[in-house]
Design a protein around this ligand. Structure first.
Ligand code: HEC
Ligand code: HEC
Length: 322
């Protein structure tokens, strides 16, 4: 059965203690050129778990003020980010192994979901404990009684929903599937992106456009500490997490501090603004101020980056407010 891009496999359970507990196990229908998604054994995707995570994501009672939800800053129309300077998009996060610009949370989506609810939001557990709709949904998702609801289960549900937030219908994906032909400018940008002329592919790697690494790309001669804050290692000073470029057209402003408003500004930086800071990456020619691209090369790389826009993602009804 195919529902909104998910395969729902109704597995019959033998040996299950509670015959009422029959969640619908979900298999995601992902492109074969994506790496396999690793899903923790103790948190398989189910229709009920995803629905619960989606409700939590959009519930304004989650924040300690009871007036802010995840979606207040992570807005679907902007690929689940917001114009706030340093916000990060929610897109294909299931393949990431560290979260936040400085990688404060290492591990799984369950781990970062727990951090967001408990530490960032200060969620009051009574919101779940006093709500009969949540009682029913936690029961359906995890087969627990209402007084057994904990942040662990709430985080597991959020992680399940985050694992369904995947984009793979951009022009780039259509091109991969043989359904779209790049324009000459997009093609030239693609070639530059993946060559030693552009160098982008080293870090915005493979089809997810991330490498799960931290780099100092030379934004400042004296950068902010970034990854150093977490590791205390001087070699990490000025390094930040590589963000994906999927839907990059929709997620301005750019960089960890939102210093660039447009992709043109980003390209001018990579072309002639790279600073020769202590830990600057050897993948960019910082001693020359950057890649020294022509106006046409910059425009072509931008044209290519815009092929990563996926309008079906920002309008996908499965990801919108329930
Ligand atoms: C007030 C705005 C705001 C709200 C509300 C908010 N976030 Fe965020 N989120 C941010 C910002 C800003 C960052 C980047 C912070 C940093 O690294 O310094 C971020 C980063 C993240 C990341 C890391 C993404 C990555 O690529 O590493 C995850 C995951 C996340 N948020 C999940 C959530 C969840 C779940 C909720 C709801 C419980 C939530 N956020 C609510 C602003 C917000
Ligand atoms: C050495 C690794 C590396 C290389 C090479 C590299 N990038 Fe990046 N890119 C990063 C990192 C890390 C960031 C975030 C830096 C920060 O905010 O401090 C980033 C940020 C960006 C952003 C802003 C993303 C956002 O969400 O704010 C864009 C756009 C971008 N890079 C495009 C490119 C292009 C195009 C190229 C090739 C011309 C390129 N990058 C080369 C690692 C790299």
């Amino acid at each position: 059965m195919l529902i909104g891009g998910w395969l729902i496999a109704a597995l019959s359970f033998t040996g299950c203690q509670d015959s009422d507990f029959q969640p619908d196990y979900v298999t995601l229908n992902l492109p074969d050129y994506f790496p396999a998604m690793v899903i923790p054994d103790d948190n398989p995707l189910t229709r009920q778990g995803i629905a619960l995570g989606r409700k939590i994501y959009y519930d304004q009672r989650m924040h300690s003020t009871q007036q802010m939800s995840c979606s207040s800053c992570h807005e679907q129309a902007s690929s689940f980010t917001t114009a706030e300077a340093n916000c990060m998009a929610h897109i294909n996060l299931a393949w990431h192994s560290a979260f936040l610009w400085n990688g404060k949370i290492e591990g799984t989506l369950e781990d970062v979901a727990m951090f967001e609810l408990v530490d960032f939001f200060g969620t009051d557990i009574n919101v779940f404990l006093n709500d009969t709709t949540y009682h029913r949904m936690f029961k359906e998702a995890f087969n627990i009684k209402s007084d057994e609801i904990t942040f662990k289960y709430a985080s597991y549900a959020l992680a399940q929903f985050l694992r369904t937030m995947n984009s793979y219908n951009s022009k780039y994906d259509q091109w991969k599937r043989g359904e779209y032909q790049f324009s000459p400018s997009e093609w030239n940008g693609f070639v530059l992106f993946n060559s030693e002329r552009g160098e982008c592919f080293h870090c915005h790697a493979n089809h997810l456009f991330v490498d799960n690494e931290f780099h100092d790309i030379g934004l400042d001669m004296s950068p902010s500490p970034g990854r150093f804050t977490m590791t205390g290692n001087q070699n990490d000073f000025g390094k930040f997490k590589t963000p994906t470029l999927r839907n990059i057209e929709l997620t301005a402003p750019y960089m960890h501090d939102g210093r660039f408003q447009t992709l043109e500004e980003v390209m001018n930086f990579y072309s002639s603004g790279v600073q020769n800071s202590d830990n600057v990456t050897t993948l960019l020619p910082a001693h020359n101020g950057g890649l020294n691209l022509t106006a046409q090369e910059k425009a072509d790389i931008i044209a290519f980056m815009k092929t990563l826009t996926d309008n079906t993602y920002i309008t996908n009804p499965d990801l919108s407010a329930p």
